[in-house]
Ligand binder design. Structure first.
Ligand code: KMH
Ligand code: ZN
Length: 285
């Protein structure tokens, strides 16, 4: 591989909501815009530098409604310094057209999943032509993609994409291993090490998140391999056995503590902009 040299600091991304958990099942999930802004502010104070956003409708259901996405980006820009990353994955039921339209909301960054994966009892569909279309749209619109890797085959697809379509907007290549999804790669140190070894040389930074009970093993392994962290209620609803997460900030605080122990303290949003190639892009505008 080509693991990029570890940075002195740790990028902490918070994924506070996701598309799957219902408000009924988890009333503490931030689903309204005021809840999301409050969450973003608390998580920024706790050490997060980027937010990965899924929005919900008035009934707290997952939506890719463009007006809501735009209002969400505007509110987060006004109230925080966080790098704003919109999900283009949405929910497994969302159409490709709606997922492409997410870029019309003009986020700093967007997620871009590198292939299809079984997703519990469902299928999260990302056929190659869609991946290419979405990637070319990020290049045209000046949005920095975060390549989501749910499986080792997605790493191979990232090689293919960079070889055939060139570098991302901003010139940096940042990816995120999403581990422990039922149907994707397991969330353990051995798998993370193998996946990091397989990354393209062009990758300049990577983070990892472990779903459910793989959260801590993946975070600890990522830090020890020089990677960055994603945490949040999109990925885990348990803080410990029998103790639900009450607020996303708890997960960010714990990630920040782990990063401090690793002597790679949380990176501020300005550092994240440099890491992701957003700083130079903004200067060049
Ligand atoms: N909700 C999942 C089906 C992303 O945000 O890009 C897809 C997902 C990935 O969460
Ligand atoms: Zn997501």
């Amino acid at each position: 591989m080509a693991s990029p040299s570890p940075t002195r600091e740790t990028l902490i991304t918070v994924a506070p909501t996701g598309a799957e958990t219902s408000k009924d099942a988890c009333p503490d999930l931030p689903t309204t815009l005021p809840e999301l802004v409050e969450t973003a502010q608390r998580c920024e104070s706790a050490g997060a530098a980027m937010i990965h956003v899924h929005v919900r409708d008035a009934d707290h259901r997952s939506t890719l409604d463009l007006g809501r996405l735009r209002r969400c980006v505007a509110a987060l820009r006004a109230e925080t310094d966080l790098v704003i990353q919109l999900s283009t994955g949405g929910a497994v039921t969302d159409s490709y057209a709606d997922r492409l339209r997410v870029l019309d909301a003009e986020p700093d960054s967007c997620s871009l999943t590198m292939g299809t994966v079984n997703f519990g009892d469902d299928v999260f569909s990302n056929p190659w032509p869609f991946v290419v279309e979405l990637y070319e749209l990020t290049q045209a619109r000046g949005v920095v993609p975060e390549f989501e890797l749910f499986d080792l085959g997605h790493v191979a697809a990232l090689h293919r994409l960079l070889d055939t379509c060139g570098p991302p907007f901003g010139g940096r290549v940042h990816c995120d291993f999403v581990m422990g999804v039922p149907g994707g790669m397991p969330g353990d140190a051995a798998t993370l090490t193998a996946a990091v070894q397989a990354l393209p040389h062009a990758v300049t930074s990577w983070s990892a998140t472990g779903i459910g009970r793989t959260t801590l093993p993946v975070a600890l392994a990522a830090l020890s391999c020089g990677g960055h962290l994603r945490v949040g209620m999109e990925d885990t609803l348990s803080f410990a056995k029998g103790r639900p997460v009450r607020h996303n900030a708890e997960l960010v605080e714990r990630a920040a503590t782990l990063a401090m122990v690793a002597q790679r303290p949380p990176m501020p949003p300005g550092g994240a902009r440099e890491l992701l190639g957003l700083a130079s892009a903004e200067v060049g505008q």
